[in-house]
Design a binder for this molecule. Sequence first.
Ligand code: GZL
Length: 328
Amino acid sequence: MLKRISTLVLAGLTAVTLAGCGGGGGADTSASSGGDGSITMGFSQVGAESGWRTANTKSVQESAKTAGITLKFSDAQQKQENQIKAIRSYIQQKVDVIAFSPVVESGWDTVLKEAQNAKIPVILTDRAVDSKDTSLYKTFLGSDFVEEGRKAGTWLLEEYKSGTDPVNIVELQGTTGSAPANDRKAGFQEVIGGEAKFKVIASQTGDFTRAKGKEVMEAFLKAHPDIDVLYAHNDDMGLGAIEAIEGAGKVPGKDIKIITVDAVKDGMQALADGKINYIVECSPLLGPQLMDLAKKVVKGESVPARVVTEETTFTQEQAKAALPQRQY
Ligand code: GZL
């Protein structure tokens, strides 16, 4: 889990120009492959596993165009080795900056050191890495997944505040080893762990996909006839689980209450329809901030160690009101 930085910067960017860095009206010495100030970014995306990821890819690609940044983009199909290959290729191509969303937290130090040795700055976006050497990247732009897990747990505490009957919970975890899976689980557990009535009777990865979420929920339902709550680390796994719950002749949102994370359109529709009970938002619209950070980093300006995205939560009523304006 990324070391928590005390001064989280919400949404907007405050960059402090390095003292003595080209002051006194010197020529703009910003590094650029074209020498004309143009910037080329190499971006390695996790994959296309969920509605969230599709929206995130769209945000990155559109923002690069708007910012006049040349984008080299690769889809790793959720495989770390593909991301490492892509990063090495960007180093060979001498891009000005590398950005990526690490599919899992561990195993990045070697390739990040190669980028550092090649003097190519790296920006982490969306997911974090567990490298001890934080000099290997300039900043991390993305959500506080632990807080997202806490928000999910807090809703459950409120929902079941009265009564002492056991509350049987099943959990569909995100991709094994990924920051969102590790942290959403930790934050949720931190909040509900103190209440004996809450029992996580099964917890397994659904790899953030609808298909896997359905498959694992079918297995949960066969093994546990008494499930009260599903906590799914993203909407897509929750939507797959809804198919399994209905297939088992149960009513999602009533027989089994469902909490998910993301707030993509399909999830918000299910929330408005009463099949999901609560969604914790995780914004995929990181593109504009990423491009701002890239320009600052290439110019050698200092940027915050961490930029946390602003996000909220939705009840069923709030989803009905918000749906018409949702961008993704
Ligand atoms: C979270 C992101 C997660 C989403 C999933 O920032 O990494 O990956 O919650 C996506 O929907 O697949």
